[in-house]
Ligand binder design. Structure first.
Ligand SMILES: C[S@@+](CC[C@H](N)C(=O)[O-])C[C@H]1O[C@@H](n2cnc3c(N)ncnc32)[C@H](O)[C@@H]1O
Length: 231
C-alpha cells in the first residue's frame, strides 16, 4: 500500500509517538513518500569539498582519509566523499535505503574499495569496528531528524565526540535554520547557537562558518555550513 502524500511527515511522526525508528524504516520500505530524498548529493557539500580541498587532503600521500555519513539514506553524499578518494562509510537504520545506496554505488562506477554501507543504529555499536573513528563525519538532515524531546541531541553530540578522531572534522550543513523553534519535526528546527552549545562543550572548535554558494530550496536560503575540529 502506498503512502498518502497529503499526510505530512510531521503528522506521521506525531502519530508514531516515540517509535520513530519503525516509522523511518516503513517509509523507506514503502518508498513512495520520502520527501527528504533529493536524488543527488547536496550542492552545498559538493561546493565545500571543491572550494576547501584541504578539508579532505591527507597529510601524506600514503594516508587514506576516512569519512562517515550517519543517516545516509540512499548514499549520495557517501559516494561524493568516495569520488574524492576518501574511504567512506554510510549508515542508516533502514535496510531498504542501504540496499538502494549499494545499487547507486554499483552504478557510479567508483572503486568499491572506497565505499561501504551498513544498516544499523547510530547510537549502537553493532555496525562499528571496536574503537573505529573517522577523519571526516558529515551531518546533513540527520541531527534535524532526531527528536529533541527525547534527549537525542545531547546523545548525538556525545556520539560525534566518540566517532570523530582527534584532530578530525565534523562537517554540519546546518538545517533548518529558518523554521520556528516551536514547529514540529522532522525536520526539527535548529539554530547556530544549538550546534555551538552541543559541540563546543565537547571539545569541538568551529574553524569555518560559511554560507553555501548553492543550496536546496528546502533550506529557504538560510542554510549554513559549519566545520568543527576535534581538538
Ligand atoms: C531526513 S532523512 C535524511 C536521509 C539522507 N541524509 C538524505 O538527505 O537523503 C534522515 C535519515 O536518518 C535515518 N535515521 C534516523 N535515525 C537514525 C539512527 N538512529 N541511526 C541511523 N539512521 C537513522 C533515517 O532512516 C533517514 O534515512
Amino acid at each position: 500500500m502506498s503512502e498518502d502524500p497529503a499526510i505530512t511527515l510531521q503528522d506521521r511522526f506525531a502519530a508514531a509517538k516515540n517509535d520513530h525508528a519503525s516509522l523511518w524504516k516503513s517509509l523507506w520500505d514503502d518508498g513512495t513518500y520520502i520527501p527528504w530524498d533529493r536524488g543527488q548529493s547536496s550542492p552545498s557539500l559538493v561546493d565545500l569539498l571543491n572550494d576547501y580541498p584541504s578539508l579532505i587532503t591527507p597529510s601524506s600521500p600514503s594516508q587514506q582519509l576516512t569519512a562517515f555519513v550517519p543517516g545516509c539514506g540512499r548514499g549520495y553524499d557517501v559516494l561524493l566523499f568516495a569520488s574524492h578518494g576518501l574511504k567512506a562509510l554510510g549508515l542508516d537504520l533502514s535496510e531498504s535505503a542501504i540496499i538502494a545506496a549499494k545499487q547507486n554505488a554499483e552504478k557510479s562506477g567508483l572503486n568499491s574499495q572506497l565505499y561501504g554501507f551498513v544498516d544499523g543504529d547510530f547510537f549502537g555499536d553493532a555496525w562499528r569496528s571496536e574503537g573505529e573513528r573517522f577523519d571526516v563525519v558529515y551531518d546533513y538532515t540527520f541531527l534535524c531528524a532526531l527528536d529533541p524531546s527525547q534527549g537525542l541531541r545531547e546523545k548525538w553530540a556525545d556520539r560525534m565526540r566518540e566517532l570523530v578522531r582527534d584532530g578530525g572534522v565534523l562537517i554540519c550543513l546546518e538545517f533548518p535554520l529558518y523554521k520556528g523553534l516551536e514547529m514540529p519535526g522532522p525536520p526539527w528546527p535548529l539554530r547556530e547557537e544549538i550546534y555551538k552549545g552541543l559541540l563546543e562543550e565537547r571539545g569541538f572548535v568551529r574553524e569555518m562558518y560559511v554560507k553555501p554558494r548553492r543550496y536546496l530550496e528546502s533550506g529557504e536560503g538560510s542554510d549554513m555550513v559549519s566545520v568543527w575540529r576535534l581538538k
